[in-house]
Design a protein around this ligand. Structure first.
Ligand SMILES: Cc1cc2nc3c(=O)[nH]c(=O)nc-3n(C[C@H](O)[C@H](O)[C@H](O)COP(=O)(O)OP(=O)(O)OC[C@H]3O[C@@H](n4cnc5c(N)ncnc54)[C@H](O)[C@@H]3O)c2cc1C
Length: 384
């Protein structure tokens, strides 16, 4: 087998890269994935939040670019990204929590976000009347933030890429590489034999560090478990409720007639462990009952709770572009929990780098792979 460009990983990021390469006229794109079918990685576990409310200029700009592309997604790919601008409501319960929300708002405004604003305690409760009023200081709100369908975006890009000639091959894991002149990768070793390649893209999500190890390249990305509790079907909260996120990390949304509850915790001892801890379900349910009283009557559907892995980089931002030391390897890694919402932008920008030699739609210097010192280790990001 041969691929002009071989993409390792067929999650939402790999599919977006494949689509954008094919759309730019690259005819020989092969995506290899060790899983038996699409969606087995983190993309299939994501809850589907979309926001421009970030604290760094690069993430705000990636979100604005991604939002533009999500709005044109159906026309461009024929798929359904499920973008619903239900809003994101950030809540502070004291001045110390409000300060970083205000600072982030200033960054958002400076980078072209027109509709995010600070809200006082009364407006927080007006935007989400189900909240317990006590202890809310204020927050920020952006009405064009909201929800997306992770598997809809993956399928949209995958099928559009396939129509343009890209191939997705499942149950083929990349396990090594053969190097040629100047350190270039001539071929990838896989569980089903070798594949010759001109260019390689690492899009292996939380497994990007392991793929890096197999290829002999340091990719500072590690997994971080995120657990999700889901209630039984209920109409206690409206489908139109904004994503409601407290500055300490507890957040909730309504999806498909159930309420999803999330609360960051420390990772598991085994970093790739994606089991749900029963004690964690108790903790997140307790937080929900205290902050959203109507949920006291709505049980958690314990058997349907799930967990998945964030793909953490040392600074919590994506790593996008050429890999240091290997001329024909590119990285699309480390989105650190924002990979679905940013995939439309990341795929476009990486295709520009590969085809044109540089990204021109957005300055992504901040995401270059060589920004880390060799000793940097991946860690949890700030929430914002
Ligand atoms: C609980 C949870 C909630 C989340 N919520 C959101 C959200 O609301 N919004 C958002 O934007 N993001 C969210 N995320 C993050 C999001 O899921 C990820 O950022 C995104 O899915 C990363 O996409 P990816 O394509 O890089 O990785 P993945 O979807 O994990 O795809 C990587 C693929 O690489 C394959 N692979 C691994 N090793 C190899 C190998 N050696 N050879 C071949 N293939 C290999 C895997 O099988 C996998 O299919 C959430 C994540 C979790 C866990």
């Amino acid at each position: 087998m041969h691929g002009a460009v071989v993409v390792v990983g067929g999650g939402v990021v790999g599919a977006s890269v494949a689509y954008h390469l094919a759309a730019r006229g690259v005819r020989d794109v092969v995506v290899l994935d060790g899983a038996p079918a699409p969606g087995a990685g983190s993309t299939g576990r994501a809850t589907g939040g979309f926001r421009v409310q970030f604290a760094s200029a690069i993430n705000v700009r990636l979100s604005l670019l991604a939002r533009e592309r999500l709005r044109a997604f159906a026309e461009e790919t024929g798929g359904d990204c499920g973008y619903v601008p239900a809003g994101y409501l950030w809540i502070a319960r004291n001045e110390a929590e409000l300060t970083p929300l205000r600072a982030a708002l200033a960054v958002q405004r400076a980078n072209g976000v027109g509709d995010a604003r600070e809200v006082d305690a009364a407006e927080v409760v007006a935007l989400n009347p189900a909240l317990a009023r006590d202890g809310i200081t204020g927050g920020t709100y952006c009405p064009s933030d909201g929800f997306i369908r992770p598997l809809g975006i993956l399928d949209g890009y995958r099928t559009a890429a396939e129509r343009l000639g890209a191939r997705f091959v499942w149950e083929v894991a990349v396990v090594g590489a053969r190097r040629g002149a100047g350190g270039r990768m001539d071929a990838l070793h896989t569980t089903r034999g070798d594949i010759a390649c001109d260019v390689v893209v690492n899009a292996a999500g939380a497994w990007a560090g392991l793929v890096g190890d197999a290829l002999g390249v340091d990719v500072p990305v590690v997994p971080l478990r995120r657990q999700v509790a889901i209630t039984v079907p209920t109409d206690a909260l409206p489908a139109s409720m904004p994503m409601t996120i407290f500055a300490d990390g507890f957040h909730l949304r309504v999806r498909d007639g159930r309420v999803l509850l999330l609360l960051p915790t420390a990772g598991a001892d085994d970093p790739f462990d994606d089991a749900v801890e029963p004690e964690w379900i108790d903790t997140v349910a307790w937080a929900a009952h205290a902050r959203v009283p109507c949920l006291r009557a709505i049980p958690v559907d314990r058997s349907n709770c799930w967990a998945g892995l964030y793909e953490m980089s040392p600074d919590g931002n994506a790593i996008l572009g050429p890999a240091p030391g290997t001329p024909n390897l590119y990285l699309a890694n480390g989105s650190s929990g924002h990979g679905v919402m940013h995939a439309p932008a990341l795929g476009l920008l990486l295709a520009e780098m590969i085809v044109d030699g540089a990204a021109h739609t957005l300055d992504v210097t901040a995401l270059r792979a060589d920004r880390f010192a060799p000793t940097d280790v991946a860690c949890a990001s700030e929430l914002l």
